[in-house]
Design a protein around this ligand. Structure first.
Ligand code: TRP
Length: 447
């Protein structure tokens, strides 16, 4: 506990690993390779890296600084900094985004749990692509299994969040994040020994700008936002537990660096594996649950590699989901003055209640359609095309114009930290980020 009885990180490295844990998730290991494959390879990677520097890092610094200044969950922070007017209530938008994200992210994450167990029991070994496809539908479409997996996953998330900032979130991240990196490195090295893998590496690295379309650039921007956990107050909430001595720009560089390295490593593992087996890199969402198990099945020790891979996904997703649930939990603690236990229980139960129809939409509730698609697809679209850009826009407009970029830059330099790029950063927060987010929002919604 820090001053005023509010939770604080116990160490700088603990804070960095927890935030890295939020950033590294399904977005890096599943979504990134998928988008790279669908958007033409190397050129997309370069645009993604440019977007990291131009958009991702400045936005992350903004969220961390806002959180540290606000010293509260999303709702309290906006109310403390905006003295009057509608901006006082704008944090509630982030709360909503955090809640929706937690429930739908938890659904996909709970499948990784099913697959870890199924892989360990040998239930995926020896199956070909067609059988794996049928297996996927029957596993995620099984209402009892879906119910239990979601309960188990959110239960784990709740246990970690309930343990508090230092004792729960920080401690879990210190254990889980290095594990994730070691598992990924092992899989990467294994893939490099597959005959034909090298072609995939080249495809991943070779920039062919003729395949870059405006839609791909948009995809890169969206991927940075998603991967950096921006736009829903998760990074803001983590920033609110920071000490004044922490060097925010340096931390943001470390966190983004780790996130980018893991995304690249995942891409360099998944895509070469596809090449080695002559699979179309454009397989899309079936990549993780169908194509990869198929590849593992051709290796000696298939069950072992499969289990390691799904455990890696589950761990990465766990620390991300923790940051989403913490947004809601911190709100209940800071605004409603609830004890952490009660706040965590309520947030977990609410995420479960919202996630249940979403996960059941893959089976019994499949008939429930919104705009012609099932509930999971609809919520996914709504979250990535509307909620996250809106949440991001609210945050950067607030930092740049309501709180003020200059005051924000002062906050960053509080602990005798030098921030030589402060002028460029202020300009980015006031003009560049809002313009880009409005562009993302308008194009994302109009298609
Ligand atoms: N960054 C995580 C990933 O890559 C997902 C995530 C966690 C997230 N918190 C978020 C995405 C907040 C958007 C907003 O999987």
């Amino acid at each position: 506990m820090g001053a005023g009885g509010r939770d604080q990180w116990q160490s700088s490295i603990g804070f960095i690993l927890a935030t890295v844990g939020s950033a590294i998730g399904l977005g890096n290991i599943w979504r990134f390779p998928t988008v790279v494959a669908q958007s033409g390879g190397g050129a997309f990677v370069i645009v993604f890296l440019a977007a990291v520097l131009l958009v991702g890092i400045p936005a992350m610094i903004a969220e961390l600084a806002l959180g540290r200044q606000g010293r509260g969950g999303v709702v309290v922070t906006f109310q403390r900094i905006a003295s009057k007017g509608p901006w006082r209530q704008a944090g509630k938008i982030l709360l909503l985004v955090g809640f929706v994200m937690a429930s739908y992210y938890g659904v996909i994450a709970s499948w990784t749990l099913i697959y870890t167990v199924q892989g360990a029991l040998g239930g995926l070994t020896g199956l070909d692509a067609v059988q794996l496809n049928i297996m996927f539908d029957s596993l995620v479409g099984n209402p009892v299994l879906a119910f239990l997996a979601l309960a188990a996953f959110l239960g784990l998330v709740g246990l970690i969040v309930g343990g508090g900032v230092g004792g729960g979130i920080e401690r879990a991240s210190i254990i889980l994040m290095p594990t994730v990196m070691i598992l990924l490195l092992a899989l990467f090295i294994r893939t490099m020994f597959l005959p034909g893998a090298w072609e995939g590496v080249l495809w991943f690295l070779r920039p062919d700008f003729s395949v870059m379309t405006p839609a791909n650039v948009l995809g890169a921007l969206g991927q940075v936002f998603f991967s950096f956990s921006l736009g829903m107050g998760a990074i803001l909430t983590y920033g609110s537990y920071l000490s004044e001595r922490e060097n925010i720009p340096r931390a943001a560089l470390w966190i983004s660096g780790a996130d980018v390295v893991v995304a690249l490593l995942a891409g360099l593992t998944v895509i070469p594996a596809l090449f080695a087996f002559n699979l179309d890199p454009q397989v899309g969402a079936g990549l993780v649950f169908v194509a990869l198990p198929g590849i593992f099945n051709t290796m000696p020790l298939a069950g072992l590699w499969m289990t390691l891979f799904f455990a890696l996904l589950a761990f990465a997703a766990l620390t991300s989901a923790v940051s989403m649930l913490e947004v809601v939990t911190a709100y209940l603690i800071d605004k409603r003055r609830w004890p952490r236990r009660r706040a965590t229980l309520t947030a977990t139960a609410a995420a479960f209640a919202a996630g249940l129809p979403i996960t059941l939409s893959q089976g019994n509730l499949n008939a429930l359609r919104i705009g012609g698609v099932d509930l999971l697809t609809a919520v996914d679209f709504f979250a990535s095309n509307l909620l996250l850009p809106v949440g991001g826009l609210v945050t950067v407009l607030f930092v740049g114009w309501v709180w003020g970029a200059h005051r924000a830059a002062d906050e960053v330099t509080r602990g005798a930290v030098t921030f030589p790029s402060a002028p460029a950063w202020s300009f980015t927060v006031r003009y560049v980020l809002p313009a880009i987010l409005i562009y993302v929002l308008v194009t994302g919604l109009t298609g």
